[in-house]
Design a protein around this ligand. Structure first.
Ligand SMILES: NC(=O)c1ccc[n+]([C@@H]2O[C@H](COP(=O)([O-])OP(=O)(O)OC[C@H]3O[C@@H](n4cnc5c(N)ncnc54)[C@H](O)[C@@H]3O)[C@@H](O)[C@H]2O)c1
Length: 291
């Protein structure tokens, strides 16, 4: 594979484009909004600069950045070997994007989705070639996080699975194969179960925010506790993911805690809003627990 197209130039799409360029792929980053593309180009340049200063780039940052072209037209996917969609987490938006890409890309191109919650089986069904659709779930910030979850649909071909696993390694990640297309895949499933329970224990007054997070660090060797991770991910994003997993698999995944829903309704979204389980400075520094 040489040419990769990324659809959606937000937080995840720009990060995916960056790691692909760092791995010497020729990248086209597509978004419906030109201002998002400009924001992405600047964010990538800033990140590459930082890596260059730490001597963590194999080529000058400008050379890496120049491997990324940007466009507002889907037609540019015509020569891509692999297309990864990272548009909004909305079922119809993703299905429409896959239908459109399916008609524009080469017949042997692979279509990956960075969805966190939408079943890959449903996305594959939107393609005329369901054997080429696969989940490629990066974790953010993409240039920093080593994990990528690869989730085939039952229709995905073994060649596509092998190619995408190799791609994950080529962009410097540790790919994990999710053998069944279940809601939340592997990691959000585990994170959801643990974090919902941690929130319920706070809600019931069994433990404090600080003690639960510190305890997970001291007892289980976590670098930061689950409540802090939820604040960093965004409590609205976490609530949505927990709700979707519950809706799709209620017997295994309990409903999200009422405390979490209340915090989101009050605009307490975690680090990005300045308050969640902790208070946060604008520069991302964590302050004391909020309650
Ligand atoms: N944010 C995270 O931590 C995270 C982690 C893993 C996976 N994801 C998944 O990655 C995907 C993107 O998330 P994000 O946080 O980057 O979102 P974001 O809101 O930062 O970016 C989405 C981008 O998609 C663009 N877009 C919307 N509709 C489009 C369309 N039809 N065609 C082309 N571009 C379109 C928007 O203009 C925007 O720039 C979602 O599926 C999300 O669930 C997010």
């Amino acid at each position: 594979m040489k040419r990769i197209a990324i659809i959606g130039a937000g937080f995840m799409g720009s990060g995916i484009a960056q790691v692909c360029a760092q791995a010497d792929y020729s990248v086209t980053l597509v978004d419906i909004a030109e201002d998002r593309l400009e924001f992405a180009r600047n964010a990538i340049a800033w990140s590459l600069n930082k890596l260059e200063n730490k001597e963590q780039l194999d080529a000058p940052s400008k050379v890496v950045a120049d491997r990324i072209q940007t466009s507002t037209e889907y037609e540019v996917v015509g020569d891509a070997d692999l297309i990864i969609e990272a548009v909004y987490e909305n079922r119809d938006t993703k299905l429409n994007a896959i239908r459109a890409l399916d008609t524009l890309c080469r017949s042997d191109a692979i279509i990956g989705s960075n969805t966190s919650t939408i079943p890959i089986t449903q996305l594959a069904a939107a393609s005329q070639h369901p054997e080429r659709v696969i989940g490629i779930h990066f974790f953010g910030p993409v240039p920093l996080m080593r994990l990528v979850e690869i989730t085939p649909a039952p229709t995905t071909s073994q060649t596509v699975i092998d190619t995408v696993m190799a791609f994950g390694r080529a962009v410097g990640k540790n790919p994990v194969l999710v053998k069944k297309d279940i809601p939340g895949f592997l990691m959000n499933r585990i994170f959801g179960a643990m974090t919902c329970e941690a929130i319920r224990l706070v809600e019931d007054g069994v433990g404090s925010i600080e003690d639960i997070d510190q305890g997970m660090c001291d007892g289980f060797n976590f670098r930061v506790g689950p409540l802090c991770i939820a604040d960093l991910a965004g409590l609205d994003i976490a609530l949505n993911a927990f709700q979707v997993m519950h809706d799709l698999d209620p017997s295994r995944m309990p409903a999200p805690p009422a405390l979490l829903a209340r915090m989101v309704a009050e605009g307490k979204l975690g680090a990005k809003s300045g308050e969640g389980f902790y208070r946060w400075e604008k520069n991302g520094r964590r302050l004391s627990p909020a309650f």
